[in-house]
Design a protein around this ligand. Structure first.
Ligand SMILES: Cc1ncc(COP(=O)(O)O)c(C=O)c1O
Length: 362
């Protein structure tokens, strides 16, 4: 039986990337060493690092006045590292709260500065995104933070807010590399790697160079963006294996046709899934059409008992990790780049069968 992984992260990796990774596990460079064993100060790792950065730059067409940083500590770590690195000379930052992760980002930032909540999605139960023209933006804020795709709630921006001279900062963890992104719209974006850029352990920051040098004195050396940029992300030992995997993922996306192709595939998969939900009269998605995530499709069944049964039967059909986030009550199918068309088709067939069997009992 085929097995398919719909996890929200760590999530499915393409078979081709896993096959290539097996090579890195063994005698990678002909000297009997695995990638995991090479010194990070050496020429071999410099090559791995530089190739990964170059592939990412190509994928996103990152302008030359932006720096790519590789860190550790996850996107959750960035919730603190961002304010630490960007606040010098400022007292406050703007946060749009659209779900579980932006809420956490705002909560962490409160340790370091005054946080202005410019939009609060809690009023809609995090099922929609308030039009940015209605936001109460502060022109004196150090930055304005958004979460481009809320992994737990399944809401996603379709349009970026205009923040004037205030740099727009985005947690792009769960829609990173799912579609082309105009980096020029942002002062900084960041993402954990374990959705679309390989495995956990690596965090990526893309920052405009004008924002380097704004760190508070309390910022730890190993997390200081300016020092990281100066040291090519090698202030201390980097997550060598995770950087290698990220490079493999970037090259795989390029070989598959780049971000335009990823976007075409993702939109197709999401359209099929939402259509199946909306037309079923059985499954239900609470998120407003205009804000629905094409990546983390959240849906519910008529009862908690049916949801549990759905998960059990899905597992038996080889469809794994469809349980929703603990902060949401329903189910969730995550459609990252590593999720194949065969996986989505198998899920649709199962949803159809499950609805046919159980709809009459409702
Ligand atoms: C949008 C978003 N931000 C932040 C995080 C936290 O990432 P990490 O656990 O790698 O710190 C996640 C995790 O799923 C996420 O989806």
């Amino acid at each position: 039986m085929a097995h398919y992984n719909f996890a929200a992260g760590p999530s499915a990796l393409p078979d081709a990337v896993l096959t290539a990774a097996r090579q890195g596990l063994g005698d990678w460079d002909g000297n009997g060493q695995s990638v995991m064993e090479i010194p990070f100060t050496g020429e071999a790792f410099a090559r791995i690092h530089d190739e990964a950065v170059a592939a990412l730059r190509q994928l996103l067409a990152i302008p030359s006045d932006y720096r790519v940083l590789f860190l550790q500590g996850g996107a959750y770590g960035q919730f603190s590292l961002l304010p630490m690195n960007l606040l010098r000379g400022f007292e406050s930052a703007d946060y749009a709260v659209t779900g579980h992760w932006s809420q956490r980002a705002a909560n962490e930032a409160r340790r370091y500065c005054q946080v202005n909540i410019v939009a609060d999605g809690a009023t809609s139960g995090f099922t929609d995104i308030l039009e940015w023209t209605e936001w109460s933006l502060d022109p004196a804020a150090a930055y304005c933070h958004i979460t481009s795709n809320e992994t737990a709630n399944g809401v996603q921006y379709r349009q970026w807010p205009e923040t004037g001279a205030v740099p727009l900062v985005a947690d792009i963890t769960s829609d990173f590399l799912m579609a082309p992104l105009n980096i020029r719209r942002f002062g900084l974006v960041y993402a954990s790697a374990q959705k679309n850029a390989g495995i956990a352990g690596l965090t990526l920051v893309i920052i405009h160079q004008s924002l380097l040098g704004r760190a508070l004195p309390i910022t730890p050396t190993v997390f200081n963006y300016e020092l990281l940029a100066a040291a090519n992300s090698r202030v201390n030992t980097p997550p060598v294996w995770a950087v290698y995997l990220a490079g493999l993922m970037f090259k795989w996306i390029l070989a598959e046709g780049g971000l335009e192709e990823m976007a075409v595939r993702n939109r197709r998969h999401a359209r099929w899934l939402y259509q199946a939900i909306d037309q079923s009269g059985f499954y239900h998605c609470r998120v407003a059409g205009r804000a629905r995530s094409s990546i983390n499709v959240c849906f519910e069944l008529p009862s908690a008992q049916l949801q549990q049964q759905f998960l059990v039967e899905a597992e038996a059909r080889g469809l794994h990790n469809l349980k929703g986030h603990a902060a949401a009550t329903g189910l969730r199918a995550s459609l990252y780049n590593g999720v194949s068309e065969a996986a989505v088709s198998a899920l649709l067939a199962f949803m159809h069968d499950f609805a046919r069997c159980h709809a009459s009992a409702v």
